[in-house]
Design a protein around this ligand. Structure first.
Ligand code: NAD
Ligand code: UGA
Length: 458
């Protein structure tokens, strides 16, 4: 039985909560404390109604909470007790000053470093779990090891690759765990301590070790490559629409080439989520700050293509609905940035809502899990917005439905019943290509998929 290790995670968000729940579940020899400044979030983690929706999360938390998993706001005490401190605070895009709109806002990260420094009373391993610009560990090192008390902090990078909606599965069976450290004796010792935690359930060959900078840069690069695939197929979707090619057929045909592979080739209204935009923009900023202008422009185009795809979706709605949506009820099926999550950060649905409102449409938003977040996101927008959990009621009296999120539930609705309650001509814009387009057309809908020839009666 390995000796007891005290693990602390600062930041009880989408990453900190599920990641620590899985570590506690799989490492009975670890005592895992998760702390946050947000008392309401911590109270929710301690209740039956967890602050985030993630399939399988309730069960994992239920098994470990109170045994070796604890949620608290007592950050000071957590720091004192910990051997290994994961930092999983938010690192959003900066909205002010130098680098606004692109650079990472590191204020929460630096505050955390200073908190660790203020309250630590012994040596600690500090793990970067948040996604950070490459070479952040150098700044961390300087802040933490500038103390006059002789305390020694070893900074390790262990970026997280989970995706929302499949977080628990991704954590339990990761493709890989990446751990970077200084390649000094104490750096390698710290790296080993973190690797040993994961080795309780992750096969050793999947635990990749590297230098600190490679680990930091790999995280930004992984997100950039994933997003690039989506922008690439979305760019092809536009070509499909004017050439009568079918984007799903093209994706299948290229994805069967084992060098390309089938995943992340699903054309859509656009990628969303808290990280793709911010991490690519951060990569762009870093490249620019090293004078690598061509590198910056190359990656920036991935985000530009995504913005264009979102705009193009609304322009297509307008063009097909006789160049006006003013006063028309439009039902959005889904508001989450992807299925199986309640998260709406950077959701394509929000961009589409904004543009439809600018054209004076009446927007009715439906989603099985994301309406609380949708309410917060849209409350300052003005215009005519309704939130309606029932998709049948949302579509009633509507001129058009736009599928924004690939929730399974939208595949099995009674579209005959829906059509009967809608204005005519009735339109469906399938921003996720999840519906049976031919059948909808035969029912009487005018159907506009992504990257396919529309099926229209008018
Ligand atoms: P989040 O906003 O859900 O959670 C961050 C939490 O940190 C918040 O609850 C906040 O209150 C807390 N916090 C901020 N400053 C604090 C402080 N000084 N002391 C204590 N708590 C503090 O963010 P998230 O989605 O969990 O993302 C965290 C990091 O992980 C980001 O860098 C993100 O890029 C990265 N990441 C996110 C995902 C994802 O799917 N969401 C996946 C991989 C990596
Ligand atoms: C993504 C990465 O997949 C994770 O590895 C990473 O850890 C995480 O970002 C992060 O750093 O935050 P996530 O944003 O949760 O995870 O979800 P994805 O499954 O990557 O989807 C992102 C967006 O791309 C969604 O809007 C999704 O609908 C869209 N998407 C995805 C497509 O439009 N087409 C696809 O083929 C795949």
């Amino acid at each position: 039985m390995p000796t007891l290790v005290n693990v602390l995670c600062i930041g009880a968000g989408y990453v900190g909560g599920p990641t620590m729940a899985v570590i506690a579940d799989r490492c009975p020899h670890a005592r895992v404390n998760v702390v946050d400044v947000n008392a309401a979030r911590i109270a929710a983690w301690n209740s039956d109604s967890l602050p985030i929706f993630e399939p399988g999360l309730d069960e994992v938390v239920g098994r470990a909470r109170g045994r070796n998993l604890f949620f608290s706001t007592d950050i000071e005490c957590g720091i004192r007790d910990a051997d290994i401190i994961f930092v999983s605070v938010n690192t959003p895009t900066k909205t002010f000053g130098e680098g606004a709109g692109r650079a990472a806002d590191l204020q929460y990260w630096e505050k955390t470093a200073r908190q660790i420094l203020a309250h630590a009373d012994g040596d600690k391993v500090v793990v970067e779990k948040s996604t950070l610009p490459v070479r952040t560990a150098q700044a961390m090192d300087r802040i933490l090891n500038s103390n006059a008390r002789g305390l020694r902090f070893e900074v390790v990078s262990n970026p997280e690759f989970l995706a929302e909606g499949t977080a628990i599965q991704d954590l339990l069976q990761p493709d890989r765990v990446l751990i970077g450290s200084h390649e000094t004796p104490s750096g390698l010792r710290a790296r080993r301590a973190v690797a040993d935690l994961y080795a309780s359930w992750v096969p050793r060959e999947r635990i990749i070790q590297s230098n600190l900078w490679s680990a930091e840069l790999s995280k930004l690069t992984a997100n950039a490559f994933l997003a690039q695939r989506i922008s690439s197929i979305n760019s092809i979707s536009a070509l499909c629409e004017v050439t009568e090619a079918d984007v799903d057929e093209v994706a299948y045909a290229i994805g069967t080439d084992s060098r390309i592979g089938p995943r992340f080739l699903k054309a859509s209204v656009g990628f969303g989520g808290s990280c793709f935009h911010k991490d690519i923009l951060n990569l762009v900023y870093i490249a620019e700050s090293y004078g690598l202008t061509e590198v910056a422009r190359y990656w920036e185009s991935v985000v530009r293509m995504n913005d264009w795809q979102e705009n193009r979706f609304v322009r297509r709605m307008l063009a097909s609905m006789f160049n006006t949506v003013a006063g028309k009820r439009i039902a959005l099926f889904g508001f989450a940035f992807k299925a199986n999550t309640g998260d709406t950060r950077e959701s394509a649905a929000l961009a589409v809502t904004r543009q439809l409102l600018a054209d004076r449409a009446h927007v009715v938003i439906s989603d099985p899990k994301a309406l609380d977040n949708a309410r917060i996101d849209t409350e300052s927008l003005g215009g005519h917005i309704e939130l309606e959990p029932d998709p049948y009621r949302a579509a009633s009296g509507a001129h058009a439905i736009a599928v924004m999120t690939e929730w399974d539930l939208y595949k099995t609705l009674d579209y005959g019943r829906i059509l009967a309650s809608m204005e005519r001509p009735a339109f469906i814009f399938d921003g996720r290509n999840i519906l049976d387009h031919q059948r909808l057309f035969e029912l009487g809908f005018n159907v506009f998929p992504i990257g396919k020839t529309p099926l229209r009666h008018v």
